[in-house]
Design a protein around this ligand. Structure first.
Ligand SMILES: [Zn+2]
Length: 397
């Protein structure tokens, strides 16, 4: 693959990520273009002799919104789905955000030319990884406490995308491995006299042209203010909001994890002899949920929320299960909304995820809950019917 062409692509994504940073109210600058767009557009112009090349910034932004496969003249990295554009609704598109966070930042592949501001976004993201690393190290000598603190931290970030210093103090004053400042650094100050909104399905919302917009439209894209899951955050002094990268990488994927956890906890409370324990993120996030049943069997569950089943299939591998994390069956669980978007989602996944062992099952979250219920019923019937079943058998014989 031509590396210099990939650099141009990365330059565009990084530049647009800065240009459309959600916390800055950008103003369309007059000509000349911002520096990165100038550089990228010069190269594109050279390659686009046969295309109409836009002469204004407005025109260029309109072009960047179109599916790349319809116009982009250079190599597109395979990690970017070219059916999508780089921007959407005057913000970085979901596909471009995914590329920015999952490819460039997470893998530390931020190009050298990235500006100080972009380096800053990357640093913010490493603050969480640094904490995770600290807890994983502590896990070797102090497994129980570090695990407890990890669950506390992660659950807090998912369920409190807005917080205050007072709440941080109340929650993290007794923790040994995590300081109040560590967690505080994952948030940024909200502006005074500004109203803030949150969606129960996708977290903090951004105001755009008088509308509320979610962080990832493919997860959730209806944010009319009168909907029950769209909430206005009451004004508080010193209100803080999760930083964008933490929202994207920790809070958003955590929402279906916590939802399934609560549903299973409810089953556990109803039938503690059969579903004995539901553990969140065992082994500091080796997998998402560990279920222990009355017959001693253990299930390991990972929840994966990807728009595209082909992309997800590439990520699926056997779930880690050594030592204390040993399990009998493992499950990849897909949030229902993905199956509404694409009914053959699970079939595609089953066909494409060829590296998975037979003991790993693929389910939607409702189907998985049903499976757990069926297991509980089975265990209950086994116990209840052991004696009557034999009697019945003998009676009918
Ligand atoms: Zn939402």
């Amino acid at each position: 693959m031509d590396n210099s062409e990939i650099i141009i692509f990365d330059l565009l994504v990084v530049g647009l990520a800065e240009f459309f940073r959600p916390d800055t109210q950008y103003q369309l600058p007059k000509y000349p273009y911002p520096d990165f767009l100038q550089r990228a557009s010069n190269t594109l112009a050279l390659k686009m002799t046969t295309f109409f090349y836009p002469r204004t910034l407005e025109g260029l932004l309109a072009l960047l919104e179109k599916p790349l496969q319809t116009w982009y003249p250079l190599v597109i990295p395979k990690e970017f789905d070219s059916e999508y554009g780089l921007i959407y609704d005057r913000a970085l598109s979901e596909e471009a955000s995914q590329y920015f966070y999952e490819q460039l930042i997470k893998r530390g592949q931020l190009p050298e030319f990235a500006s100080v501001k972009v380096q800053q976004i990357a640093l913010e993201n490493f603050q969480f990884l640094r904490l995770l690393d600290k807890l994983q190290q502590a896990n070797e000598q102090d497994a129980e406490r570090s695990q407890r603190e990890y669950v506390l931290l992660r659950q807090f970030l998912i369920t409190n995308p807005y917080t205050t210093l007072g709440q941080l103090r109340n929650t993290f004053s007794q923790t040994r491995y995590i300081s109040i400042d560590d967690v505080g650094d994952l948030y940024e100050d909200c502006k005074e006299n500004e109203s803030y909104w949150c969606c129960d399905h996708c977290g903090p919302l951004i105001k755009k042209h008088g509308h509320l917009r979610g962080i990832k439209p493919s997860v959730c894209n209806d944010h009319r203010k009168n909907l029950s899951y769209v909430r206005r955050i009451s004004e508080k002094q010193g209100l803080r909001r999760l930083k964008f990268g933490i929202h994207w990488r920790v809070c958003l994927p955590g929402i279906p994890e916590i939802r399934l956890f609560h549903a299973l906890e409810k089953l556990h409370k109803q039938q503690p002899e059969y579903l004995c324990e539901v553990q969140l993120w065992p082994g500091i996030d080796r997998y998402d949920l560990g279920l222990q049943f009355g017959d001693g069997s253990v299930w390991a569950v990972d929840i994966k929320d990807y728009r595209n089943p082909y992309d997800l299939a590439l990520q699926l591998k056997p779930i880690f299960g050594e030592g204390d994390l040993r399990y009998d069956e493992s499950f990849y669980v897909i949030p229902n909304h993905r199956l509404h978007q694409r009914q053959d989602y699970i079939e595609i996944l089953r066909e494409e995820a060829t590296g998975l062992p037979k003991s790993t099952h693929l389910f939607s979250d409702t189907a998985f809950e049903e499976r757990v219920r069926a297991k509980i019923m089975h265990l209950r019937d086994l116990r209840k019917n052991k004696v009557p079943a034999i009697r019945e058998y003998l009676g009918s014989a």
